[in-house]
Design a protein around this ligand. Structure first.
Ligand code: LMR
Length: 395
């Protein structure tokens, strides 16, 4: 009997699978608004100037390609911890941090750690959440439920519903929260709402797992990490997954980090030792290039400033694209989608139905997820009119 005799064809990934269909599409005016990737005005993936310079320096050094430690490149880990928690933050003494394969890798290593500590924990993700959250945490062995988040009727967050669901969660439930630029909706909690969420996490003894893949795309690098500071101030143990895919335009380098905030240095050391086992038994140790690039940029004051400016320019341009899309839609007679201008981050949760998204794809060559998410960061002045006309046509 063949090992593979029962194997079934798996469905395509709801986000990355779109790239494959897009690549096969022969239409000249096709537009890929599926995956969360920022493209410049020419429709190309930018190589940030700070990264280009850092790469030149690293190449000139002609460093041999040795193994990194299991937890990653020390200079990178230090720099990324400081970016997330603040350079002189006292909490750093009790945070265990490891380099990860992008934000997804951080989520998986974090899930593996939780599985070891509390295998029967239940995970709660927002309705809706990033398409891969459910799959990833399910695959890691957990039962995954939802807390209410986005309400189509309210065209915003059902905050009372969210709080009720968190209040009803059993002690020890892991709650996955988007630190900024909620994916896919683009709607974030207000500071007073975070206060309430933190209160409930604390009083119900829940475990917060913060996903922060878009630091710098909401209001700014500092502003977007404010919620992390709030969790620290509350004295909670929690996890943070971060990524430099978007903020450094380093998608293919798979560079991110996992941080576990513990109660004291002793606990952090124990957590780090366990994280290293999770990593070692999965892929041994991480890749070096992306980490070296990020470390070079973050530790050199000039490159660091350049990065902040470049990231700021991406953020500002996405906001301008949102405003322009609203205008183009209005010109096509679509007057009820102004909310696009208020959403944060790379995505617009358009409110279009699955059927409308399929029609956008098949009839107009415009690719967004079936759930109605479109990556506004891939718009430009040449494709935006076509997108607006197509949206008007399928509604
Ligand atoms: C997205 O949501 O499109 C990105 O985070 C890319 C991915 O891996 O899904």
């Amino acid at each position: 009997m063949s090992l593979l005799h029962t194997i079934q064809l798996a469905p395509a990934d709801p986000i990355l699978g779109l790239n494959e269909s897009f690549a096969r599409d022969v239409r000249q005016d096709k537009v890929n608004l599926g995956v969360g990737v920022y493209l410049d005005e020419d429709g190309t993936l930018p190589l940030l100037e700070c990264v280009r310079i850092a790469e030149g320096r690293l190449t000139a050094k002609k460093t041999p390609h040795g193994y990194l430690g299991i937890d990653g490149l020390p200079a990178y880990i230090k720099a990324t911890r400081e970016l997330v928690f603040g350079a002189d933050a006292a909490v750093l003494g009790r945070v265990a941090s490891v380099q990860s394969l992008g934000g997804t890798g951080a989520l998986k290593v974090g899930a593996d750690l939780i599985e070891q500590l509390t295998p029967r924990a239940r995970f709660l993700i927002s309705t809706p959440s990033w398409e891969n959250h459910r799959a990833l945490f399910t695959r890691a062995g957990f039962e995954v439920g939802h807390y209410r988040y986005y309400s189509p009727e309210l065209r915003g967050i059902d905050f009372p519903g969210m709080i009720k669901d968190l209040e009803e969660a059993e002690e020890g439930t892991v709650v996955v929260l988007h630190a900024c630029c909620h994916n896919p909706t683009g709607y974030d909690l207000q500071p007073d709402e975070w206060t309430r969420v933190i209160e409930v996490v604390k009083s119900r003894k829940l475990v917060a797992f913060l996903d922060m893949a878009y630091q710098g795309f909401g209001f700014g690098i500092e502003e977007d990490k404010a919620v992390i500071d709030r969790f620290v101030e509350a004295g909670l143990e929690f996890l943070v997954a971060t990524s430099f895919s978007k903020s450094f335009s380093l998608y293919g380098e798979r560079i991110g980090a996992l941080h576990v905030v513990t109660q004291d240095a002793g606990a952090a050391a124990k957590v780090l030792s366990q994280l290293k086992i999770c990593i070692r038994t999965n892929y041994s140790n991480p890749a070096k290039h992306g980490a070296a690039l990020v470390a070079e940029v973050l530790t050199d004051p000039e490159l660091r400033q350049m990065w902040e400016d470049e990231l700021g320019a991406m953020r500002t341009r996405i906001k301008a694209l949102r405003a322009q899309l609203v205008e183009e839609l209005r010109a096509e007679g679509v007057t009820d989608m102004d909310f696009i201008a208020d959403q944060l981050g790379m995505f617009s949760y358009s409110g279009l139905t699955r059927e409308q998204m399929v029609a956008l794809r098949t009839e107009h060559g415009i690719y967004g997820t079936d759930a109605g998410r479109m990556c506004v960061a891939a718009l430009n002045s040449r494709n935006i009119g076509h997108v607006a006309r197509a949206i008007a046509a399928v509604r």
